[in-house]
Each structure stands twice: as C-alpha cells, then as structure tokens.
Write a protein that binds this ligand. Structure first.
Ligand code: GRG
Ligand code: ZN
Length: 315
C-alpha cells in the first residue's frame, strides 16, 4: 500500500495557495478563508507550517476583517459569516497571534447571531443550522468569550436536533448526517454537555458507516468518502468509541486516495485531489495516531499543541 507522501502533500498545498488565477481558485474564491484554514492546518499536522510566509498570511486574514460588523469575510470585500470567522480565528491560533484580534468586537458579532431559541444564524441573512452552533461555540471558546452567549439555550437547541437513531441533523427533525453529528457532538463537547449524547446508540450508528472498502460514508446507503474519515472518526473519538471501527482498513483507504505523483488526497481512489479532502485525510490519519503527524484535537479541529497553548498558556 505504501506510506503517506508527506513531502508531496506539502508541495501540493503550497502550489494551490500560489495558483490563485486557476479556475478552481476562481469558483472557490468566496471560500478562501476556509481553504486557507484547511491548507494551513494540514501543513501544521504534517509538521511543515514554516513552509508558508506567516506575516503574509496574517496580514491577508486581517484584511478580511469587517470592522463594522466585527466578523470575518471569505475573501477581501465579501460579506462576513460565522464560518469564515471561525476559520480566521483558527488560523490566528495556529500562528499564536490571537493577540492581534479585537476579541470584544469579534465575539459580539458572534453573540448577535444567536436566536431566541438558542440556535445560531450563519450571518445577517438568517439561515439556521447546527453547523453555525458549532462555529459559534468553538470560536467563542477559543476567544475565552463563551459567557457572551446563552450556552444553556445553545445546548438545548442542539439537543432538540437529536434523532431517535442517536444522530443529529441540521435543524430539528433533519436527517442524521455525519457532518452535522461532528458539529453537534463537537459543540456539546466544548460546552461540557456530552451527557446529552447516548454514546452506545450514536457509536453504533457511526461505526456502521464503515464500508467494505474500509472507507467511511456519511449516511446509510451512500458511498465512502475521505472527508468522513474526519466527520465520523472525530465524533467517535469524542464519545470514546473509536475502537468500534477497523482503523487499519480505514488508514489503507485514505492512503489509497493519495495522488502519489503530484500530491494531495481525493474523496475516493483515482478521483481528482483537492485541499478539503487532503485536510480530512491527513486529519483522519492524525486521529489514528499515524506516525510522524501532530495529533489533532477532535472538537476544536486544531493541533493538540495549539489547543493546549490556548487554554494553558501562562499570561
Ligand atoms: C472546523 C472542521 C471544521 C468545520 C467547521 C462548516 C462546519 C464547521 C462543518 C460542516 C459539517 C458538514 C455538514 C459536513 C458535511 C459536508 C459534506 C461532505 C456534505 C455532503 O453531503 P451529500 O449529501 O453527500 O452531498 P453524501 O456523502 O451524503 O452523498
Ligand atoms: Zn467528501
């Protein structure tokens, strides 16, 4: 099967960052802040974050800060959103530069997105989704500002999105999906409210996601996809049921999705690679303690040493 092509993946991520005029870059432009987080976190997990110019990245991130609202945009001049705001804060955390943020303004932006029922909208246009509950809770926790929202109501809203199969959907009554399960379990974990999760029931649903080829899918009857190596596996780690899947087969599946010539990881073997799946493949291997990788925190989606610095740094 062969090993993880660390060097090739580092080169691939750097080359994507440089190819801003490509077609892919053009259609993904509004997602650049998220893409930067995926790429930079992957580089850090691969122990190669110094391959990028830190000052250049930080000044670009700060040029995406919208002073009026206090939130971050996907790229310069676009509209702010809670997901871009989380990615921007995560990037600054990677570089240990949270000090340059106006924490009060950023956290107030997020707090204003909480609705009466405890749910969160993604931006001023109002779409509600448990993804945004995760973004808000994760980001505020990194900023040590969870007291700006009603955490109890936020938790109750997430619990109202729990299904009879033990999983979670995007709103109350929404079908269970591994991506939403990560968001809900991650948010509950950060909020110290994991007792609302039935670990055996959810663990059963999650471990049933492993397909014959070793990969994981996001829902019953769907095809395996490398990104679920993160969404499913991180949830299993958080509820302490990761030993219920076959880790060796999953690692083999992820390694078989590498482009061994040009670097990068794809969603399934022989498909085209992208930064998103490269991140989730490497993050999945990191959760399985693959040698040579930094460990990733399953709830904050940041390297463990970065999370430790956020919460245990001496003043
Ligand atoms: C910091 C890691 C991190 C995340 C931020 C935005 C967000 C919070 C989480 C997104 C969670 C989510 C809903 C992920 C699922 C993405 C995905 C692959 C959706 C595809 O769904 P379908 O139905 O595909 O198109 P399937 O695989 O079901 O066929
Ligand atoms: Zn995918």
């Amino acid at each position: 099967m062969g090993d993880l092509e660390v060097h090739k993946h580092v080169q691939y991520i750097i080359s994507v960052e440089k190819k801003k005029e490509s077609f892919e870059a053009l259609v993904m432009e509004h997602l650049r802040m998220n893409g930067a987080y995926w790429g930079l976190t992957t580089l850090d997990l691969l122990q190669n974050i110094t391959a990028v110019d830190q000052e250049e990245v930080i000044s670009w991130v700060m040029s995406c800060w919208d002073q009026d609202s206090g939130g971050f945009t996907g790229t310069v001049g676009h509209d702010p959103h809670v997901h871009y705001t989380l990615s921007a804060v995560q990037i600054l955390a990677l570089f240990d530069r949270l000090d340059i943020l106006d924490k009060d303004k950023v956290s107030s932006y997020i707090a204003r997105l909480q609705n009466e029922d405890g749910s969160f909208s993604g931006d001023i246009w109002g779409e509600i989704d448990t993804r945004f509950s995760y973004c808000a809770i994760c980001c505020l926790s990194i900023l040590h500002c969870l007291d700006k929202i009603n955490v109890e109501k936020a938790v109750n809203y997430i619990v109202s999105c729990k299904n009879l199969d033990g999983g979670f959907g995007c709103t109350a009554g929404g079908e269970s999906h591994a991506g939403q399960i990560f968001c809900c379990v991650g948010a509950l974990s950060i909020a110290g409210a994991l007792h609302h999760v039935d670990r055996d029931l959810l663990g059963w649903w999650l471990c049933e996601r492993q397909c014959k080829d070793g990969g994981l899918n996001g829902r019953p009857e769907k095809l395996a996809d490398v990104c679920y190596s993160w969404w499913v596996l991180s949830s299993l780690v958080m509820i302490d049921r990761v030993h219920w899947i076959d880790k060796t087969k999953l690692a083999m599946y992820i390694l078989s999705c590498q482009d061994r010539e040009n670097g990068g990881i794809s969603d399934r073997p022989d498909n085209a690679v992208d930064v998103f799946h490269t991140y989730f493949g490497v993050a999945g291997l990191s959760l399985m303690e693959y040698p040579g990788l930094k460990s990733i925190d399953p709830a904050f989606a940041l390297p463990v040493d970065v999370v430790n610095r956020i919460f245990f740094k001496k003043p």
